[in-house]
Design a protein around this ligand. Sequence first.
Ligand code: PEP
Length: 219
Amino acid sequence: MHIICNWKAHGSIESIEYFASQIEATPGFEKIILCPPFPYIPCLKGITKGAQDVSFYQPGSYTGEVTASMLKDIGVQYVLIGHSERRRYHQEIDEVIVQKAQHVIDQGMTAIICVGEQNPDSSIDIKKLIKPYEHLKKVWIAYEPEWAIGTQHTPTVSHIDHVVSTIKSEMGTVVLYGGSVNDTNIDTLMNAHTIDGFLIGKASLDPIMIKKILKKVHA
Ligand code: PEP
């Protein structure tokens, strides 16, 4: 089971070191992919490096941008793309997300594309959500219902299994679940047997909580 930790705009050198010191001896530790803000990625020692975003552009005169080649250069292996917060606050549309994913793929890294419905609505058209990305080779998908992110609400296990199995049958790829995962609801969420791992936001800032989740996931 893969555990992707999305720190969003949180963290410091100190908190990275604390995180590493707390989890390094835990079984399953090697399955953790930590995505801190860009400046802290090089501080990750012995933890698989992830990034939360990447530039739409190739290297060039684009002030403030961080390209896929730069992420590759500092040892990043996984890149989150199209997180709902990027879509909401940076108006990222499918064409942008596809281009970013392509840059990541071209650099030999794994793009993790986030998709999910905005409202709790069991009649979501999941095929429509993944259609823009179906032609991309070797991307992973994170199923993240927007209404479950940071809300402490989660979909039912049968809903997750339905969505994840639909994505798998269409794309045949690794599919993660994300949205309010914590050390309390992980037991229930693990009953969704179709998922290959979890994308964790808030709870991932606390290494003790991640340790508990790792122990349960790898029991
Ligand atoms: C996320 O932002 O990707 C996420 C899953 O956040 P949280 O775990 O805090 O809901």
